[in-house]
Design a protein around this ligand. Structure first.
Ligand code: MD3
Ligand code: FE
Length: 200
């Protein structure tokens, strides 16, 4: 399968077939019944444009109290289990890593974006993060270890999987925009991004 290497990011183009993407969406719908999407607010109270949920032992949440991992959904219910398809993908792509403890589920409508940031709320930054894109295409921007400097962008398509290991793990990154109606996977459009992480 084709792997595109951009900076230290490995992008597995079309890792999931159309059939597998549809299976995955069905499994995620069941997860979202147990753990509905919420629109997080930043610690300053600004609503994010992305809606979020999670599966696994921990979910990442943001509210006025700050950013953190929590063992339960804001409703108080435990997060659903991470679907086996995703666990299998993780061990296929990062065989030396510990098992994932969180699958963050990000949902983007056509206007949503995610500003440049680093993921540093996990205890062991030597462990990789693996990200799956489903639905509409998104412009993914990769920066540097510190804020600013030159960036490089790539369109992520439905079924693509990005592995962030080594230097990429702590690189600044973000989503500039979603290309509306660029995929047929989700009947009402939009994009789902799944990121699997080791939290502890
Ligand atoms: C690089 N998600 O959830 S996926 C995030 O498409 C996040 O929803 C974006 O950034 C999205 O934190 C980008 C690619 C990605 C995900 C996690 C990373 C890149 C990463 C963690 C560390 C370094
Ligand atoms: Fe991130």
């Amino acid at each position: 399968m084709a792997v595109l290497r951009v900076r230290d990011f490995d992008i597995h183009l079309g890792y999931f077939t159309g059939v597998d993407q549809r299976r995955l969406v069905d499994l995620l719908r069941a997860c979202l019944v147990q753990a509905p999407l919420v629109r997080p607010v930043t610690p300053r109270g600004t609503p994010m444009s992305v809606r979020m949920s999670a599966a696994g032992q921990f979910g990442w949440v943001s509210d006025r109290a700050g950013y953190r991992y929590e063992p339960v959904h804001p409703s108080g219910q435990p997060w659903p289990a991470i679907p086996d398809m995703l666990i299998n993908m993780w061990h296929d792509l990062v065989p030396d890593a510990r098992s994932p403890e969180c699958c963050l589920i990000n949902w983007y409508d056509a206007t949503a974006k995610m500003g440049m940031h680093q993921d540093k709320d996990e205890a062991d930054l030597s462990q990789p993060v693996v990200s799956v894109s489903l639905g509409d295409e998104a412009l993914f921007r990769m920066g540097n270890q510190t804020r600013g400097g030159k960036t490089e962008s790539v369109w992520l398509r439905s079924g693509d999987v990005v592995v962030m290991a080594g230097a990429a793990r702590t690189t600044h990154h973000g989503i500039d925009r979603v290309r509306a109606q660029s995929a047929t996977l989700l009947p009402k459009g939009g994009r789902i991004n799944l990121t699997l992480r080791v939290v502890t």
